[in-house]
Design a protein around this ligand. Sequence first.
Ligand SMILES: *Cc1c(COP(=O)(O)O)cnc(C)c1O
Length: 457
Amino acid sequence: MTNSSYDSDAALFGNRFAVQDTPSRTFPEGGMTAVDAYRLVAEDLVIEGDPARNLATFVTTWMEPDAQRLIAENLHRNFIDHAEYPRTAEIEQRCIRMLADLFHAPGETTGARTQGSSEAIMLGALSLKWNWRTRQQAAGRPTTSPNLVFGGDVHVVWEKFCRYFDVEPRIVPLRPDKYTIGPEDVEPFLDENTIGVAAVLGTTFTGHRDDVVGINDLLVRVRDERDMDIPLHVDGASGGFVWPFLYPDSPWDFRLEQVRSINASGHKFGLVYPGVGWLIFREKADLAPDLVFRENYLGKTDETFTLNFSTGSSMVLAQYYNFVRFGRAGYRYKLQNMQHNAHRLADQLEEMGRFEVIGRDHEQLPLVAFRLAGEAPYDEFDIAWQLSAERGWMVPAYTMPPDAQEVTIMRALVKETFSQEHVDTLARDIAEACATLDAKGGAHPSERAKMVVGPGH
Ligand SMILES: *Cc1c(COP(=O)(O)O)cnc(C)c1O
């Protein structure tokens, strides 16, 4: 639609984008008004999932208004520019020291702010590889075939690290009735080329932890008896901000002597919006010195240990806001509320008589993992699909990793925004989805193929 009166109407009333093709393939010749550009983007997003109904994600979907203000006011601050923004750099260091304290580091330590646990794991595992190479060289042994040992219950980032950085993954298989790993599973995989073992605190599959204590004891024994000093890294992406508050007496951190490094996602139970993670070393010596770069590019000699360079400061500042705003008491209170509502949801699912709740008597993230208990003319994928179609709830269904791949699980995260009222509504909606499926049978396979929600967020 173009004519000069239309042009002047569009200039006055806006909304022209609504009767045009959305720019999508070529770089636009001209622009549009700010209001139109805003509406074009915002209205596109209206038809995607609502984060508040996304029970698949571990990532924070709500923060306090004052935290949001801090975030909005600091979007123009480049985090990496330590010379210009020394207070921001100091706040990063405060967060690292506070986390080292929370994780019981024995003395002075070091660490890094990252974009999330994925970057933290890449950096932590690189340090394992570099330190292993140094040990091998000192012993006059070859450095050509490093391997890393972890369970099938890890996040995909661990395999990614192995492929990107040329390390052999030694993946301990799960079992149809056991979804975490322990020392007896790990031991056969260890040798002098093992750069480290990774244990998960709060798996993405069922929210449980590997037997970190048992694996630590194994590695202590291997060190003493076989003279192989194999470090343990704990992937606390979710659990690093849960265990210290819900299970303070359960050791998984630097209280265990072979635990040399820990990662945690600030944007999961650290309760910050996406874009912040943490890597904490037990001691300074656990960070391989060759991985630290010194440069004076931005005006002052600075040390960096990152895969990324420029990034926003907002989420680091928001993390510090949460630490000082909530303290241990606040995190404990919030997590206990989440756990309370998770238990309520688990109770209601059990009362329905159709579902088995998985591992609720064990230490677990605030979530409910469940599966159909008996025979039904439909499966968990059908329920996830029906629930999303009827009510917009995003509750993922997925098969477990090998050798538990015959098992299908559904999982609902119970976060701060998920109230008792929501629990009751979701339970009712699940019952109704099952009733619909009882009447009409399982979903058509093509509907099932549209399911895009996976476990690993
Ligand atoms: C989420 C998660 C990761 C990846 O963390 P990001 O912060 O999303 O990069 C790694 N490991 C576990 C156990 C996770 O839950």
